[in-house]
Design a protein around this ligand. Structure first.
Ligand code: WT7
Length: 646
């Protein structure tokens, strides 16, 4: 832990939207008078019908129900596009930077309007109706944004699936959402490598109902198989439809999107976000956390396949009439200077990325940064996992030239937007701390019995009351929503994170306390990796835990017990890694895999993950209580054959 404090720089005090005093006042109002506070801030959106009912929420275990602005009527695409046309039709809405540094493109708000309307008309012609789920499996190209906004325009519910997921993962998500429409591209392009998105879609659809329709964007021009009656080319269809499309009038609580995310058990769940509260929260957090002013160039390096891409590449920035940069590539292609070169090329003022990228670029050395100017930068942001103080200091000193505050933003797919964060004009920074709650967020720490911890303390992070951006349910399974988030501590939303609060009331997120791994800022359930492993014919049992990894934050450590008669070997190890990549996607690649003749179990047969975690973390001096082990010898074997971390 670092105890260094960085005060708000003088020039920030002058230009920032809120200072410390204003933050405290607004925060207090948001907690003591939420109806008044949110009614006032709801005015930042354009409503067909202004809401009169503001907050109607309950965290009671037997009645979890979350509704915001329920009598309001609006359309997200109107808020992100149409309403800006009067003032900023010719302003750039999206700067697209291709994988290849020679390709970029600027899309004005007027062009965005036409593109989204056209896309909406193409979807309608394919039969998409209000409430239908549309799966979007796309590379980071402007058409991904058009497709999402087009769904919002016609009241369809998008379910974006990250382009790095396997055909199996895609199929699972299409089926769970009962989605009959898929939007994809021929191929994606990342770091000069092609990703066979259409071929993956073909593979996935073999496991689906058979009555899906597919819209294919041409990105690389690579050869793909088109199935007549099922697949159409977007460019052919777009040429046949008008560039005007009337927006649907949506109720505030109508669904906007589903996004699948991993939990500690079972298959990924469909996190459902609705229209009014989500957009309001995304837009408001984007403006205050990044201190967004008109004309600023803003870049969030996430992929639209994750919630960060939804809220902070698309919906938040566009609702605010911002210029948002969308990057197709990766941080180290063609070189480790790429991020900083893009910042100079497009004169980026606000830059938002993940600790894993910062650590990887830190490893590449300062030269890659220092050969660029970065004078345009004013603010830096971090998201996705705890940022270690060394990476924070490097980001601040080397990337930001000691000039730019860093907003370390804590939130989750479930929260829709940022919940714990500094505000750059208001908050003194401490490297490694997400600092203080955003407006409307009431965090608390509880011990394992659910008792509140006061003052300086470490415990489980819970949120005591609802905020507008909160997920409303798990798609198709409200009971799972209640069990996952509201059963551990009755009457509270449990985040799954551990957290420390210091003497100044600052929050320090310490990471997941459940069986969720955060690998390079991507969420994975240990159960998902285990089920991928045991689906291999030679595997009888598997247990997966995380361990500290220099770049990824958490690495994936797998203990695998083979079927009787099978022998562990390097070839089989590689085969199993390939198998997991194929089942889930490359982000789930095991880092270390140990063949274990037996796993430590209690006498009732429960795997003792605590012990497996300690061994993976190299902490076998400190295994804790092992007296309940059915067979203590198992542990000695595991320690003796532990896989080494390089
Ligand atoms: C989990 C949520 C939020 C969008 C990206 C990830 C971890 C996220 C931070 C942060 C420490 C963080 C938490 C959280 N996390 N941001 N600033 N400091 N931890 O969304 O995939 O839903 O993952 O990411 O563990 O629970 P996600």
């Amino acid at each position: 832990m670092s105890d260094k404090v960085y005060p708000v720089p003088a020039q920030w005090k002058k230009r920032a939207l809120v200072n410390d005093e204003q933050y405290k006042k607004m925060y207090a109002e948001s907690i003591t008078a939420p109806d008044k506070f949110w009614a006032k801030h709801a005015k930042r959106l354009d409503w067909f019908k202004t809401p009169k009912k503001i907050k109607n929420t309950s965290f009671a275990y037997d009645n979890v129900s979350i509704k915001w602005f329920e009598d309001g009527v609006l359309n997200v695409s109107v808020n992100c596009i149409d309403r800006h046309l009067k003032k900023r039709a010719d302003q750039t809405a999206i700067i697209w930077e291709g994988d290849d540094p020679y390709y970029d493109k600027k899309i004005t708000y007027r062009e965005l309007y036409e593109q989204v309307c056209r896309f909406a008309n193409v979807l309608k012609k394919q039969g998409v109706k209000k409430g239908d789920r549309v799966t979007i499996y796309m590379p980071m190209i402007p058409e991904a944004a058009y497709a999402m906004l087009a769904c919002a325009r016609i009241g369809a519910v998008h379910s974006v699936v990250f382009g790095g997921f396997s055909p199996d993962s895609l199929a699972g998500r299409i089926n769970d959402a009962q989605s009959k429409f898929v939007v994809t591209a021929d191929e994606g392009l990342r770091g000069g490598k092609k990703v066979p998105l259409k071929a993956n879609t073909d593979e996935a659809l073999k496991k689906c109902s058979g009555d899906e329709k597919v819209v294919v964007i041409r990105r690389t021009g690579g050869a793909v198989a088109m199935q007549a009656g099922r697949d159409v080319w977007y460019h052919e269809e777009a040429a046949k439809v008008p560039a005007e499309c009337k927006p649907e009038k949506m109720k505030a609580e109508d669904p906007l999107f589903i996004l699948y995310t991993s939990g500690s058990t079972g298959k990924p769940k469909g996190v459902l976000h609705t229209t009014g509260g989500y957009l309001l929260f995304a837009s408001m957090t984007h403006q205050y956390v990044f201190d967004y002013h008109d004309g600023d160039i803003y870049w969030c390096t996430a992929d639209v396949g994750w919630v960060t891409g939804h809220s902070y590449i698309l919906y938040g920035p566009l609702a605010n009439g911002a210029t948002t940069l969308m990057f197709e590539g990766v941080p180290n292609y063609p070189t480790a200077s790429r991020f900083w070169e893009v910042i100079d090329k497009h004169q980026v003022n606000i830059f938002y990325t993940a600790p894993t990228a910062i650590r990887a670029l830190m490893g590449a050395g300062e030269d890659f940064v220092k050969r660029t100017s970065r004078k345009s930068l004013r603010l830096l942001g971090s998201v996705g996992e705890p940022i270690n103080p060394e990476a924070w200091e490097w980001y601040h000193r080397v990337v930001g030239d000691d000039r730019c505050p860093i907003v370390d933003t804590w939130w989750q797919t479930e929260t829709g937007g940022i919940l714990i964060t500094p505000l750059p004009g208001a908050t003194k920074l401490k490297p490694g701390s997400a600092t203080r709650p955003f407006f409307g967020c009431k965090p608390a720490l509880v011990d394992d019995k659910g008792e509140f911890l006061k003052g300086e303390a470490s415990g489980n992070l819970v949120i005591l009351d609802s905020w507008p951006g909160q997920m409303r349910t798990v798609y198709g399974d409200h009971e799972r929503f209640v069990q996952t988030y509201f059963s551990a501590y009755k009457g509270m939303y449990f985040t799954g994170d551990g957290c420390r609060r210091d003497k100044d009331g600052y929050y320090w997120i310490t990471g997941r306390v459940d069986d969720v791994l955060n690998v390079s800022g991507h969420r994975l359930g240990t159960a998902e990796v285990e089920s991928a492993l045991v689906s291999h014919p030679k595997v009888s049992e598997a247990a997966v835990v995380g361990y500290p990894h220099d770049i990824k934050g958490t690495g994936i450590y797998c203990y695998v017990t083979l079927m009787a008669g099978e022998q562990g070997s390097d070839i089989l190890r590689k085969d199993l890694v390939t198998h997991v990549r194929k089942e889930i996607g490359p982000i789930a690649s095991p880092d270390l895999l140990q063949f274990a003749p037996g796993l430590p179990k209690t006498r009732s047969g429960k795997i003792m993950r605590r012990i497996l975690r300690k061994i993976a973390e190299d902490e076998f001096g400190n295994l804790g209580d092992t007296s309940t082990l059915a067979d203590p010898a198992v542990v000695d074997d595991l320690i003796a054959n532990r896989q080494n971390k390089k």
